[in-house]
Design a protein. Structure first.
Length: 210
């Protein structure tokens, strides 16, 4: 089993709960081939006209600029990493109601007709139904209430892309929330959440062991 863990927080685990979720998951994962794709460590130019310019030049045989070379290579690396994975684990925070820009760039790189989805007469169909996904996310506020849920665009976005557009089966989801909103309960909230993260890693390890 090939597991791709997409780490989307460059803050240390002592300060960032989603970084600690990543560490806890890795510590409890056994018996699989695991690769970490750290979006903050990768050279990932933002998705935009530079990429489309590069595509045009590649078709015409023109020489690419340094930036164009970098973004083409980065896009291909992200696609290759996703292609090789049986299970994709997303570990990320909610920042300003959504995901970090670097994680969004990863999705921009891999979301493409003919690769992660296709258009049909019945609508868009995901092309990655053979892959599974695990969601690990932290948010300091409470967004699971009916009133606040519409503002939550981090876990919602990742699940919509991976599970909806790409067609992956989401087999586990751990959300740690409210530790900043309730500092007197923060240690308990985080500890209970990290235990769920460990259990998710052990469940995945157990699947491999069967």
């Amino acid at each position: 089993m090939n597991v791709l863990v997409i780490k989307a927080n460059n803050r240390p685990a002592s300060e960032a709960v989603s970084s600690k979720m990543y560490e806890t998951f890795m510590e409890n994962l056994e018996g699989v081939n695991v690769t970490t794709y750290d979006v903050f460590a990768e050279d990932m130019p933002y998705f935009g006209q530079d990429l489309f310019n590069a595509f045009g030049k590649l078709q015409s045989g023109e020489e690419l600029t340094d930036l164009e070379q970098r973004i083409v290579a980065a896009k291909q690396k992200a696609m290759d990493a996703l292609s090789a994975a049986d299970v994709v684990v997303f570990a990320f925070p909610l920042w300003n109601l959504t995901i970090p820009a670097k994680l969004h760039t990863f999705f921009d790189y891999v979301a493409g007709a003919g690769f992660t989805f296709k258009y049909t007469e019945a609508g868009v169909v995901g092309l990655m139904s053979d892959k599974k996904a695990i969601i690990l996310s932290a948010r300091g506020g409470i967004y699971s209430t009916p009133e606040a849920a519409p503002m939550e665009m981090a876990a919602t976005y990742v699940k919509t892309m991976a599970g909806g557009l790409f067609g992956m089966e989401i087999i586990d989801e751990v959300i740690i929330e409210g530790h900043n909103a309730a500092p007197d309960q923060a240690q308990t909230i985080i500890a209970e959440g990290l235990e769920k993260v460990a259990e998710a890693a052990k469940r995945l390890s157990a699947v491999k062991a069967q």
